[in-house]
Ligand binder design. Structure first.
Ligand code: DAH
Length: 382
């Protein structure tokens, strides 16, 4: 009868000797019976398969079940038996005739030392192809947003992810100690205390500092979009990530009004989400814009009804509206930091979260999926 791993009643060295002896005797017998490759595979799996193989069973029934004081001894025996089984299984293979590999060689393969029948060499077989990667869904979304504004004549600017307090806050009209700084959950770089506050480094919490960097080097008219990575001290969960992405926009020129802001953003949302979406603005506060607004887009998932069939629409929380970005007219104080004359120019700015938009567009229910690097998730966007 085929050997099965018994449960041990006693874990004394003598009992272990006896159990090991039985196991090894069966191993030898079964190895001797291996005649061909098919036999050998069955033999290998019976002894070494992860699930229900004899080695797994002695691990479970002997080692795991052993009382604490016998664990060391049993562990040693089990290891010896593992080595014996592995060696016997390997040796049994050399005794069988292994079916010859198909006699075709791939182009570029190392020539095997056995001779290959020339007629069987198929040089038309393709070489090894490496799978092509695809654009990451968040990057793809950022590109889509950026291209909507590029089509309106905006150019693209970028800036550093490690930023100074001055650009991230002060020049955007967040004075030192202003409570609006608290809304930004900032990750500060360590050991900056010896520097004046404005020079201290931090991970930028938004892409807005690139507004200042651009206005410093460019005279109006300015029309820019700024895609980029930002960080905040948010513990990761389904809707938060300490690293995420924003797309910022800025337009400054003579006579730019809130109407221009509304018209531009309404057009952009129609280009992104479809021509039937509506936009709606409600008052808000950002230190660097005055007045400030939050813009809502009518829910492009339920069409603004708040329902999907008889079910409530979750992405818009049944309101029919989705909050999509912050915006406003550039606060005149900001122009003071970049040598623009607030009597001559005016402008608007906006900023949106690209990851959130990607979540809504693709119906993803956990932001972490974007950053775990699991190919099975990412290849769906290829
Ligand atoms: N920087 C803001 C944030 O991350 C978003 C924002 C709001 C950007 C209004 C803007 C704006 O340019 O005008 O919370």
């Amino acid at each position: 009868m085929a050997y099965t791993v018994p449960k041990l009643k006693s874990f004394t060295p003598a009992a272990l000797d006896k159990a090991a002896e039985k196991l090894l005797a069966s191993l030898k017998l079964e190895a001797a019976a291996v005649k061909n490759e098919a036999d050998w595979k069955v033999f290998r799996d019976r002894w070494m398969a992860r699930k229900n193989g004899v080695l797994t069973e002695i691990n479970d029934l002997w080692l795991k079940a052993a009382p604490k004081e016998a664990k060391r001894e049993v562990g040693q025996r089990v290891n010896e038996l593992k080595a014996a089984v592995t060696a016997t299984v390997e040796k049994a293979r050399t005794g069988v005739t292994i079916a010859p590999a198909p006699a075709v060689a791939k182009v570029g393969a190392v020539r095997p030392s056995v001779s290959v029948e020339p007629a069987a060499l198929d040089i038309t077989l393709p070489g090894n192809r490496r799978p092509l990667g695809a654009e990451h869904p968040v990057i793809k979304t950022m590109h889509e947003i950026v291209s909507v504004f590029r089509n309106l004549g905006y150019s693209v600017e970028e800036g550093p992810v490690i930023e100074t307090d001055y650009y991230n806050f002060e020049a955007l009209n967040f004075p030192p100690n202003h409570p609006a700084r608290d809304t930004q959950d900032t990750l500060f770089i360590a050991r900056q205390e010896s520097k004046p506050q404005r020079d201290r480094l931090l991970l930028r919490t938004h892409t807005s500092p690139v507004q200042i960097r651009t206005m410093e080097k460019m005279k109006p008219p300015v029309r820019i979009v700024i895609p980029g990575k930002v960080h905040r001290n948010d513990p990761p969960d389904a809707s938060h990530s300490p690293m995420f992405h924003q797309v910022e926009g800025l337009a400054v020129d003579a006579n730019i009004t809130f109407c221009d802001l509304k018209g531009t953003l309404d057009h952009a949302m129609k280009a992104l989400f479809g021509s039937s979406v509506k936009t709606s603005f409600r008052p808000s506060f950002f230190p660097f814009t005055e007045p400030s607004a939050e813009m809502m887009v009518s829910c492009f998932i339920c069409g603004g009804s708040g329902k999907r069939g008889s079910e409530p629409c979750r992405p818009c929380k049944q309101t029919g509206w989705i909050e999509i970005l912050g915006c406003g007219m550039v606060d005149p104080n900001v122009y003071g930091f970049v040598d623009y004359d607030p009597k001559k120019v005016s402008g608007f700015a906006f900023g949106m979260g690209a990851d959130r938009i990607a979540i809504l567009k693709y119906g993803v229910d956990d932001i972490q999926l974007f950053f775990n690097g699991d190919v099975r998730f990412l290849e769906q966007f290829g």
